[in-house]
Design a protein around this ligand. Sequence first.
Ligand code: ZN
Length: 325
Amino acid sequence: MKKILIIMVISIFITAIIPIILLIKYGKYEAPKPEEPEAEETISVYIKNEDKVVNMKKNQYLKEVVSAEMPATFSEEALKAQAVAARSYLESRKNAYKISGTPNVHKGADVCTDFTHCKAWVSEENRRSSWGKDADKFWEKISKAVDETDGEVITYNGEVISAVFHSTSSGKTENSKDVWGGDRPYLVSVDSPGDKVSPKYKSEKELSLSEFCEIAKNNIKGVDFTKEIIGKITRSDAGGILTISIGKVTIKGTKLREIYGLRSTNAEIKVDKDKVKFDVKGYGHGVGMSQYGANYLASKGKDYKEILKTYYKGVDITKLKKEEN
Ligand SMILES: [Zn+2]
């Protein structure tokens, strides 16, 4: 009986007391953790219509940009080209702001949702509701374009480029120098044959002569219509208006586009008695990748790298190095 009692006491000591002693001596025991997946990079986004800055996962932001910038019905290779261009644009902005500070419109954010300043953006929730029954299929397609090109950017001489893009060119893209000044050797005029079949290729705008003159008077200082309505026009290689004389005052083509709300600067203007008619080719600033042109090239069997190298000259597609924190 005594023997059994001794064995019991020893067993209790081994199973219960020893671990407690060890725990007190060596502190809390922790099981080895499974390796955590690398935290996804976040960026700060200024949402203009809500006037607030939010942090978003980078790839989620890019998916939302692609879904806002390009129809989900476009080819997968065109969507991938769009994803890489949008990622490159984002990285080049971030690099530029590191040096010069973020502009006032951004409230310190990496990027904003004003498409005239950065890129178009729509939340996944809003985009899904606009897609209706196709929401899952389309979101999956766009997600794939971003995920399969994860980390890929366009570089020129090792620097991530400002990969601007537009809807539809006039059949030829514009030199960035002609539109914004400054020389960007990778943003030069190239042929974009697919644009001629884009539904956005042609547009018209007609105003009465008095409306035309009124808009000019309100936006251009010193116009005088007693001597001239429209005078000398200079054009880029692609046919976009560089300068135009209206009422004896010369303005830039970009200003003409802005004040008359034209789809591009590539316009023919006819003054006919009491009417002014604009025949416009293309949609957007015309610089860099044409989205409809990209989709056309994809339909001809080009992959996203070939598409990007068509629109951005002398570039490489490379994997972004992870930032060292
Ligand atoms: Zn912006």
